[in-house]
Design a binder for this molecule. Structure first.
Ligand code: ATP
Length: 253
């Protein structure tokens, strides 16, 4: 994965570009990287702040031959790779630095509890088959000024670690981790081989969470994920709820 690589100084959205390339015949593994996005997007139609000069925005495009049900799990495979890449980078400074990196299920990476990365996976079908999947990643590397509404939840990695980070090195580390974990994913077409390492990095693990979905909300204790990447939430009566990522947002309480 990661070949060929298309780089843009400024682009509307790396996901949009990667989808266009996929439709025009680009091969699986294409990586679209940009220094700025003018229309960066998050889940459920929300935006992703994407100013130039300091952050990472990339989209990996894949043309896999597995079932469409598998696609959402790729968000978690990528989240694990990003978390590993950032841990490796921060680990060069200190072990404590690396220990601050975690995953907020399903698709956010946090450092010291603040969101430094979001992931947006989108799939395009051709009749019953997947034509392509794009996995878009935005990482705040050295950004300081966030808009008011996200200021207390967002952070940049360099603010958290205090030393300069090479963006190209970080992308290379993430791609290497992704390639390795994607191989493991392909062996079973689920997260059986990855769920333990994912759960170790899960910041919500053994913490009380509030699950908000369109049907209502409930509280429980996050315990990990199942083979399909659903969050396991233990209710007060001890029963386990399996939460599908689709429409759900999880908050710490
Ligand atoms: P959350 O669970 O954090 O509410 P989400 O998973 O529903 O987010 P994402 O697609 O991960 O949604 O991210 C989009 C949201 O992240 C935006 O609505 C905004 O609150 C926040 N956000 C936007 N840009 C950034 C950024 N550069 N860094 C951190 N957070 C951002």
């Amino acid at each position: 994965v990661g070949h060929p690589l298309l780089f843009f100084d400024s682009i509307d959205s790396t996901n949009i570009r990667a989808k266009l390339e996929a439709e025009q015949g680009a091969e699986s593994g294409l990586l679209v990287v940009a220094d700025q996005q003018t229309a960066g997007r998050g889940r459920r139609g929300r935006g992703w702040e994407s100013p130039s000069g300091s952050n990472i925005y990339y989209t990996l495009m894949l043309k896999p031959d597995f079932n469409a049900d598998c696609a959402p799990m790729l968000t978690l495979v990528m989240a694990l790779a990003v978390a590993k890449g950032i841990r490796q980078t921060l680990g060069r400074g200190s072990e404590e630095g690396a220990a601050k990196v975690g995953i907020k299920w399903p698709n956010d990476i946090v450092v010291d509890g603040k969101k430094v990365c979001g992931i947006l996976t989108e799939m395009s079908m051709e009749q019953a088959y997947i034509h392509h999947i794009v996995i878009g990643v935005g990482i705040n590397v050295r950004r300081q000024e966030f808009p008011e509404e996200i200021r207390d939840r967002a952070a940049a990695i360099e603010e958290q670690c205090g030393f300069r980070i090479s963006r190209s090195q970080l992308i290379a580390d993430i791609m290497e981790a992704f390639e390795e974990d994607y191989e493991i994913f392909l062996q079973t077409h689920d997260l059986k081989g990855l769920r333990d390492s994912y759960a170790k990095l899960l910041v919500n693990r053994d913490r009380e969470v509030c699950v908000l979905d369109p049907k209502g909300e409930f509280r429980g204790t996050a315990r990990g994920i199942n083979d399909q990447g659903e969050l396991l939430v233990e209710r007060q009566d001890g029963s386990i709820e399996e939460v599908y990522a689709g429409e759900v947002s999880v908050r710490g309480v």
